[in-house]
Design a protein around this ligand. Structure first.
Ligand code: SF4
Length: 87
């Protein structure tokens, strides 16, 4: 069962709590929006906890821990991660 943000104690200290949720979960992502969200994350006291959580839970949307979905996917599955088939 997935945790809700309310169940994650560190989230209550996130710098994004004072930001518009659309900045972190945009309907139409843009380079400018990503940069603005990442700037908030850069000063966040729980960036490490947030990033670890998002990577572990494979959060499928939004910017978490200063990373986009694509950036998180790249960390979880770096190029060359897949082993060649044996046999
Ligand atoms: S790292 Fe970014 S997304 Fe995570 S709690 Fe902090 S401000 Fe919010």
């Amino acid at each position: 069962m997935r945790n809700t943000v309310r169940e994650i104690g560190w989230a209550t200290r996130g710098a994004c709590r004072a930001s518009d949720p659309e900045l972190f979960f945009p309907l139409a992502p843009s380079t400018e929006q990503e940069a603005r969200a990442k700037a908030v994350c850069a000063d966040c006291p729980v960036l490490a906890e947030c990033r670890t959580y998002a990577l572990r839970e494979a959060e499928p949307e939004g910017i978490w821990g200063g990373l986009t979905v694509q950036e998180r996917r790249g960390l979880r599955f770096p190029s060359g991660w897949r082993q060649p088939a044996v046999g």
